[in-house]
Design a protein around this ligand. Structure first.
Ligand code: F0G
Length: 465
């Protein structure tokens, strides 16, 4: 098969190769760098790799076409990823596209969170509303379709749980066989149950995520297994599309700031690529800043960002936000480039701050998993630091559904999540917010009078001020 629609460009040394010439670990043999997918119209497209000059796609024609497809009954048009396929022509035979009608996720207003953070306007793009409950579906539909297009039978990933759930689901839809490597005992049950339900071979390795990546990277060089971790640049092509969708939802009014959680650091990179491509094509005239937030216990990018020598040093990761429990992020340089190119920031947040932010997002009737809540915890810090002004229009990227990690939520509301030492560090002001947010279940005898008395005292206690 000859791939003609795109090339791959090493993000470190700039070497350009054909899409199907890439090795099994998706790393440049010259410099070990990761690739980006480039098209004839890309800003950095190395002509003559594509031959003579290509015209840029027409911005207003694209906007019209994408809008038209919303009313279509074709599966690829109903997908919030493939609806934008003009900007991700990565599959040679469109019949190989595997879709669960991903994307099309809501953009919610968070007025109470906005007030608490001290900003006038706050939205959340809820990627947890995807078919398997996380943003990974947008990337998986893209990369798994490429796997099917290239005739692979086996696919695999190392995962903190969401990538594996998404991969298992899309592989099952395509009739491919999938192998999941997850850290033993360090992922949320909801996610583990998904990969089993969707029929993956699920292997729990007695190590962390970074250890799982090491083993899988060796395996794919020995077996014809298609690697679906986010080093696979086609994942990022799918994950850039929420940027397009968000702009459509905002009637093409560009927000000022996007706040993204950072784990393996592919998502911030992908969204940055999406915004920069839109700017290059004239769909928007400027791109928003992108800031990345990490958990304090899994903060290698934050350390790099605040290190005057800017040296990346992997860490041994530990956080209850297990999705981002990653100490050696593969895409750190891509993410760093996006922060620098778009003028964003990098922050870290504590376990207490994550727990509070998650409860506040939940209390808006929206909810998310802990890793997503770092965005709101981080926004509060960005406002305090003056990196986000109160009038800036900010969008939080909520990456996972609240049901992904219900144990965390239950422990929080029962007051069993944080240790005494952690609780002791919470300020009196935040203690008060926690107290108002905690809603542990009340166990009562099945007696109407008992229930009435309880309700009366509860209503007295919680009367609006
Ligand atoms: N939020 C959630 C819910 C995630 O599952 C992840 C990553 C991230 C944020 C971070 O995104 O890695 O692109 O910086 N989860 C991966 C997984 C690693 O295996 O599911 P990132």
């Amino acid at each position: 098969m000859k791939v003609t629609t795109h090339n791959l460009r090493c993000t470190e040394c700039g070497t350009v190769i054909a899409g199907d010439a890439v090795n099994s670990i998706f790393r440049c043999p010259q410099c070990n760098g990761l690739y980006d997918v480039i098209y004839p119209w890309s800003e950095v497209a190395a002509r003559p790799a594509f031959g003579p000059e290509h015209n840029l796609p027409n911005a207003s024609a694209l906007r019209w076409l994408w809008q038209e497809r919303r009313t279509s009954t074709l599966p690829v048009d109903q997908s919030g990823v493939w609806r934008f396929r003009d900007l991700l022509p990565i599959v040679e035979n469109p019949e190989n596209i595997v879709t669960l009608r991903e994307g099309n996720t809501p953009l919610y207003e968070l007025p109470r969170c906005a007030k608490s953070a001290g900003v006038d306007w706050l939205l959340a793009k809820h990627q947890g509303m995807n078919p398997t409950g996380s943003f990974k579906d947008t990337g998986m539909t893209a990369a798994l379709s490429v796997a099917a297009d290239r005739g692979f039978e086996w696919v695999a990933c190392a995962s903190t749980g969401n990538t594996s759930a998404a991969m298992a689901a899309y592989a099952a839809r395509a009739g491919l066989r999938s192998i999941v490597f997850i850290p033993d005992g360090k992922i949320a049950w909801g996610k583990l149950s998904q990969s089993m339900d969707y029929g993956a071979l699920t292997i729990q390795l007695k190590t962390d995520f970074d250890g799982c990546v090491r083993i899988l990277t060796e395996l794919v060089t020995r077996f014809p297994i298609y690697l679906l971790n986010s080093v696979n640049p086609y994942r990022l092509e799918g994950q850039k599309t929420p940027a397009f969708e968000m702009l459509e939802q905002l009637d093409w009014q560009v927000p000022d700031h996007i706040v993204v959680p950072g784990g393996n650091l592919a998502n911030g990179s992908a969204l940055g690529k999406g915004f920069m491509e839109m700017r290059h094509l004239g769909l928007i005239s400027r791109a928003p800043k992108i800031s990345i937030i990490q958990a304090e216990g899994a903060n290698p990018l934050y350390r790099w960002f605040t290190d005057s020598n800017r040296i990346m040093r992997p860490v041994t990761a530990d956080t209850r936000a297990t999705a981002i429990r990653i100490g050696n992020p593969a895409s750190w340089r891509k993410a760093a480039n996006v922060i620098d190119a778009l003028g964003g920031w990098c922050e870290q947040v504590s376990e207490q701050e994550i727990a509070l932010a998650k409860a506040q997002i939940g209390a808006e009737g929206v909810g998310c998993e802990p890793a997503s809540a770092v965005t709101f915890a981080g926004l509060k810090k960005l406002v305090a630091l003056g990196k986000v002004n109160p009038e800036e229009r900010t969008v939080l990227i909520l990456t996972g559904h609240t049901l992904k990690d219900s144990n965390y939520t239950i422990d929080y509301h029962r007051g069993e999540l944080l240790t005494e030492a952690e609780n002791a560090q919470i300020s009196p002001a935040d203690q008060a917010i926690h107290a108002a947010l905690r809603k542990p279940p009340v166990v009562l005898e099945p007696d109407t009078d008992v229930v009435m008395r309880m309700l009366e005292s509860h209503m007295k206690l919680t009367q609006p001020a």
